[in-house]
Ligand binder design. Structure first.
Ligand code: ATP
Length: 361
């Protein structure tokens, strides 16, 4: 049966009040509630030690939560052993059989599941092509490089076509070129097979490229869940704002209607944008790429007078540090053949009201 034609059962994942401690003092998960939809590419994103791997290991059944409930596809699996869950895992440390060939490693899981020989061989060939290791299929694992082994580990999990695939930084050992190529391929396979992917990474760029939705974790709690653009453009707090990219953040000292006062001066917010963040935030967020940097001095709404203090040329764009009064700011601009401001230049920064967001501290 062609994988594309196969029917997938709903495999939504529900987590309710998951807590996990290690020893007396380490709280790895501090009450996680999360729903992952069937067929979603879902990413757990956060800094080292935030609990991503622990959460993934609980999903896989390799670790038990101290408290809470977990269901996968309507079934409560809180007490169900790993091999009885319709879940497969790719971990950073690839547990391959070193003395067996790539082919035998890939076929192993299918054999265990009773897939017949012809079907097994066809699926193994197809997946080896996908990860571009078709020519290495008869090599032994101990004759492969680290990056090649990583791709085999990925292929071995994909070949079984589980309802849910858990991936713990599966691309981290690859060089940049191969990594971005496999990001695209992996997405394509996930969409084609309709599998649910739960992907762990600490790399926000990778998370934004790959995910339908992202959960940002910090200190064992979920800070925000949403599609990449929402998490980047409308972060709920300063941690999420900073973790997703460079964030100019300023405490709001006064607010009247749509006008806020910060150390940059008075700025106007969009009138009818009624997200909760706009109402309740204590900090003003300005992303560097939302600033328009104009040479010279100009007057108008949300115009700030600044001076360039640092310029980093990066080919496709340039990054600037600026002084505005006593404070500093970062701006990014595309290089479109125009004259780039230089250090010492007097400039005007213009920011559109709809690009301003307020966030909680
Ligand atoms: P990384 O990106 O570094 O892998 P992570 O977000 O995946 O980090 P976890 O591995 O889930 O984080 O760890 C969360 C916390 O629990 C950390 O403080 C970690 O030191 C601790 N921890 C994880 N596993 C164990 C263990 N087996 N014994 C004791 N402490 C543990």
């Amino acid at each position: 049966v062609d994988a594309a034609g196969s029917e997938r059962t709903a495999s939504a994942i529900h987590m309710q009040g998951l807590h996990k401690r290690f020893g007396a003092s380490t709280v790895a998960l501090d009450g996680v509630d999360l729903t992952i939809e069937a067929g979603e590419f879902f990413t757990l994103l956060g800094p080292s030690g935030c609990g991503k791997t622990t959460l993934l290991r609980i999903l896989a059944g390799l670790e038990d939560a101290d408290q809470g409930r977990l269901t996968i596809g309507e079934r409560d699996v809180t007490e169900v052993a790993p091999h009885h869950r319709s879940v497969n895992t790719v971990f950073q440390s690839y547990a391959l059989f070193p003395h067996l060939s790539v082919r035998d490693n890939l076929a192993f899981g299918l054999k265990m599941r009773g897939v017949d020989r012809a079907e097994r061989e066809a699926r193994v060939e197809r997946i080896a092509e996908f990860i571009q290791l078709g020519d290495l299929i008869d090599r032994r694992i101990d004759q492969l490089s680290g990056g090649q082994r990583q791709r085999i580990a990925l292929a071995r999990a994909l070949v079984c076509e589980p309802d849910v695939l858990l991936l713990d930084e599966p691309l981290s050992a690859l060089d940049a070129g191969l990594r971005s190529q496999l990001q695209v391929e992996l997405l394509r396979v996930q969409k084609r097979l309709g599998m649910t992917f739960v992907f762990v990474t600490h790399d926000q760029d990778e998370a934004m490229v790959m995910s339908d939705r992202i959960a940002v974790l910090n200190g064992g709690t979920i800070q925000q869940v949403g599609p990449p653009r929402e998490v980047y453009e409308r972060p709920v707090n300063a941690f999420v704002a900073r973790f997703m990219g460079h964030a100019n953040l300023y405490p709001i000292s006064a607010r009247q209607g749509q006008r806020v006062t910060t150390e940059l001066g008075e700025l106007e917010l969009e009138p009818d944008l009624d997200t909760p963040q706009q109402g309740g935030g204590e900090l003003l967020l300005i992303r560097p790429e939302t600033l328009d940097v104009r040479l010279g001095r100009h007057q108008g709404v949300n115009h700030l007078a600044g001076r360039i203090t640092e310029r980093l040329y990066r080919g496709s764009h340039a990054e600037f540090r600026l002084a505005v009064g006593d404070t500093t700011l970062q701006a990014t601009i595309n290089n479109r053949g125009r004259r780039l401001p230089e250090v010492g230049d007097e400039v005007t920064l213009v920011v559109a009201p709809e690009d301003l967001v307020t966030v909680a501290n």
